[in-house]
Design a protein around this ligand. Structure first.
Ligand SMILES: [Zn+2]
Length: 363
């Protein structure tokens, strides 16, 4: 192979494979299927390609791309240079995820970053600089303080946040909703401090939960540029989200009187957070005793509210990425194939993920 010919980047081969939830054996089988008769590809080949011990170019690159369902050009990118492999990643999850499931989500997050960046560059979207501060916590600055500061910095009026996703987008963050399945993951975010912050949200959860998840990720983005004790950071992100969505000064009055199921359903309509988040907030603000809190929690469990609460909250939808897609297809008049190339996707994938319907697409 002549030097200068496009060659796959080992790191990207791994990312692309993990995003498809494929093993090296799967990739070898898919390549063999796409190869001319008699030209079998072994798992050992895939393993050596991924560790950089052999170069993947020309026909093999095309075969690899076909097996993974991505354009060959994507596989040639260096994930580190493209800024997708760096920066701390935070998750909001209800239980632990298996290592492969986690790697798959990380791979998706990295590819979403590439897709959005590619589209933004092609659309020459002239958005101003983002308005995400970095505020480190210390003895004098709590997560609650940071939430208050951010509400002020973003000019949010008192009371409930009208649209959390819109607030994040107006401040220059990217939010992408995908169906991440009914597994334990609610949201994941990434920001290396150089690009605009990115939050990937699982559409599988009810919207009140989505709102809290986005606020929780927002807390991580602003407060946690470096890994720390996980349990502590999770607590801080929750405290941030609680104050951001239900400022103590504004919601305290709502808890005066009896905080029972009826009251919680009324408050849920207004504040658009889950009844359990409201009840927890009431406890934090000493509006209910620990005993009252437990009593209502037991009632909610008995009614099955721990899995499905009453009162549906209107869903929030990201607008910034759809606007970008619209700019490419309508304003710039690109064909779907051309827009897909900007997002480094094959046209079918691009159509499924970014064009078809309003519903977020499964991975
Ligand atoms: Zn978290």
């Amino acid at each position: 192979m002549a030097s200068g010919d496009p060659q796959a980047h080992p790191g990207m081969l791994v990312l692309a494979r993990e995003s498809r939830a494929m093993t090296q054996v799967d990739v070898a089988a898919a390549m063999t299927k796409a190869a001319p008769p008699g030209a079998a590809v072994s798992q050992g080949y895939v393993s050596r390609a991924e560790s950089g011990r052999l170069a993947v170019g020309e026909d093999r690159l095309e075969l690899y791309a076909a097996a993974l369902g991505y354009p060959a050009g994507l596989l040639c990118l260096d994930p580190r240079v493209s800024g997708v492999g760096v920066g701390l990643i935070h998750h909001r999850k209800r239980a632990s995820l298996s290592a492969p499931a986690l790697r798959r989500i990380h791979a998706h997050l990295a590819l979403v970053r590439l897709q959005v960046t590619g589209m933004a560059q092609a659309a020459a979207a002239a958005d101003g600089p983002h308005r995400f501060p970095r505020v480190l916590l210390d003895d004098l600055t709590t997560a609650k303080d940071v939430a208050r500061q951010l509400r002020r910095a973003w000019d949010l009026p008192r009371g409930p946040v009208a649209d959390v996703i819109a607030s994040v987008e107006e401040a220059g963050g990217w939010v992408v909703m995908r169906d991440l399945g009914s597994g334990p993951l609610d949201a994941v975010s990434q920001w290396n401090g150089l690009q605009d912050p990115l939050i990937l949200v699982n559409d599988h959860a009810p919207s009140d939960r989505c709102r809290f998840s986005v606020a929780h990720e927002l807390g991580h983005l602003v407060m946690h540029p470096e890994p720390g004790p996980p349990a502590e950071q999770e607590k801080q992100a929750d405290a941030f989200a609680a104050e951001f969505l239900m400022p103590a000064a504004d919601i305290r009055q709502a808890f005066v009187g009896k905080v029972d199921l009826t009251r919680l359903t009324e408050l849920k309509r207004v504040w658009r957070v889950s009844m359990s988040a409201l009840l927890r907030r009431a406890l934090t603000l000493n509006a209910v005793t620990e005993w009252q809190y437990r009593t209502v929690m037991v009632e909610m469990s008995a009614l099955g509210y721990r899995t499905a609460e009453p009162v549906a909250v209107a869903p929030e939808r990201p607008r910034r990425v759809p606007a970008l897609v619209d700019a490419l297809l309508s304003e710039r008049g690109l064909a779907v194939e051309e827009a897909a190339a900007c997002a480094r996707l094959l046209p079918e994938d691009f159509h499924r993920l970014y064009v078809a319907g309003a519903r977020p697409s499964p991975l």
